[in-house]
Design a protein around this ligand. Structure first.
Ligand code: LLP
Length: 429
């Protein structure tokens, strides 16, 4: 589900009318639905319900402190990729003992910080990193809990920039090299405790097949590692895809969940139904690292139309959000549904390009897309922008970062102030 729907022709987030909210707070404006975040978290947790598991939310998708606090308060663990993300989790009240630390390039400072905070596991991406972790832990007189990331060489069938589980990707250690590595590490690396195995084959997977392929391929390996080295967990990563056209236009946000099972994209129930039977008898704690699934459909980016420019080839709607605020269309050809905050009287659709103010031709949110009519002064929402939206925003073109609001029922709370011009130059000499 998601918490965005029209009521009497106005787009609401839960019980908050978005057009007056945008007028009050200004645009571009990110708005998140707390109810949707919790619904997704709870449903994923329930789908894995019968096995020993933990949902470690991938902080990179949306690292706003209030989002992290919401999830921490409901028992989530966290998958982090930097010292900065660990700092945020701790500030938000998350427990480092429920944090896993991924990433191919951890620095000494990050390793020391994470060791001192007592994280659950370093998810190590190379033999070199494992040796370095051993060395740093040794200097501190500590034992570092670790899992190696296995690269199962499975095609996730997603955009090439977010595919991670093939041998040509920089991530993880080759499937065939893992058993030997654990053997050597358990003998030679006295400051490492091999606690688990990790994998993550890619992001925005909309079919169950690659998940099944990877899990089935790795089961014999993880079983062997448990028998020989007593590992206790297996993180099967994140990657669960979401539906970007959220079907608001069809009148019900959940229509796709009611489609016949083989005609609809991956649902969380299907994910649980296919994977749980394969995982339940391994005697391992199963970790999940979902980012997009939890927050993607829980957020929108609201922007105001500034100008309509009728060129000889196209009609451009120029809006006040740019690729610096939401880079997914420019970087991954990402599709975000675009809807007006106030539904127009006519059903007519007009083909337009919605573009931002940035001085780059890649600064568009859609091209030649039939959209309902909207005019300068009107607000539109870029849907499904809760994951990798604000988190990837930048100050490019010296544009202040947008404000973020979290909605809970009828209450809208500012969870990050809009940057000011002074903020833009802070720290510069
Ligand atoms: N675990 C690891 C080790 C990861 O690298 C990622 C995402 C996740 C979990 C969470 O994946 P998710 O459940 O969100 O698919 N910026 C891109 C997505 C990059 C994903 C990077 N890694 C986008 O906007 O599509």
């Amino acid at each position: 589900m998601h918490g965005f729907s029209y009521k009497n022709g106005s787009l609401y987030c839960e019980d908050v009318d978005l057009a007056p909210l945008a007028a009050e707070h200004g645009t571009p404006l990110y708005v998140y639905s707390a109810g949707t975040i919790l619904d997704h978290y709870t449903r994923l947790d329930a789908a894995l319900g019968s096995i020993d598991h933990e949902v470690a939310y991938a902080v990179k998708a949306n690292s706003n402190l209030s989002v992290l606090r919401l999830l921490a308060n409901h028992g989530a663990g966290f998958d982090i990729v930097s010292g900065g993300e660990l700092f945020r989790v701790i500030k938000a009240g998350g427990d480092p003992a429920h944090c896993t630390f991924a990433g191919v390039g951890k620095t000494r400072e990050e390793i020391v910080y994470a060791l001192e905070q007592g994280i659950y596991s370093f998810n190590v991406e190379s033999e070199e990193e494992l040796h370095y972790l051993n060395e740093v832990a040794g200097e501190l007189g500590m034992i570092a809990p670790a899992a190696v990331r296995v690269n199962p060489n499975v095609d996730a069938k997603t955009h090439k920039y977010i595919s991670t589980g093939k041998s040509e990707n920089k991530f993880g250690v080759d499937f065939g090299a893992i058993a030997d590595l654990y053997e050597r590490a358990s003998k030679d690396l006295k400051h490492i405790k091999l606690r688990g195995l990790q994998m993550h084959i890619g992001s925005q997977l909309t079919s169950i097949a690659p998940f099944i392929e990877a899990v089935e391929k790795v089961i014999p390996l993880v079983t062997e590692l448990k028998a020989r080295h007593g590992i206790e967990f297996w993180s099967i990563g994140g990657g669960i895809g979401i539906i970007y056209p959220t079907a608001l236009a069809s009148g019900t946000a959940d229509w796709w969940e009611n489609q016949p099972e083989d005609e609809r994209p991956l649902t969380i129930e299907r994910y649980g139904k296919e994977l749980v039977p394969r995982l339940k008898d391994l005697g391992l704690k199963i970790l999940l690292e979902p980012g997009r699934y939890i927050v993607g459909n829980a957020g929108v980016l609201i922007t105001k139309c500034l100008y309509e420019k009728k060129g000889s080839a196209k009609t451009f709607k120029i809006v006040d959000a740019g690729m610096n605020d939401l880079i997914r269309p420019a970087l991954y050809e990402g599709h975000h549904e675009i809807v007006p905050l106030v539904q127009p009287a006519s059903d007519e659709l007009i083909k337009v390009d919605v573009v931002g103010p940035i001085c780059e031709s890649g600064d568009f949110f859609c091209q030649d897309r039939p959209l309902p009519e909207f005019q300068p002064g009107d607000y539109i929402a870029l849907m499904s922008a809760g994951a990798y939206g604000f988190a990837m925003a930048s100050n490019y073109n010296s544009r202040p970062l947008p404000e973020e609001i979290l909605v809970e029922g009828a209450t809208a709370t500012i969870v990050r102030k809009r940057q000011t011009l002074e903020d833009l130059i802070e720290g510069e000499l």
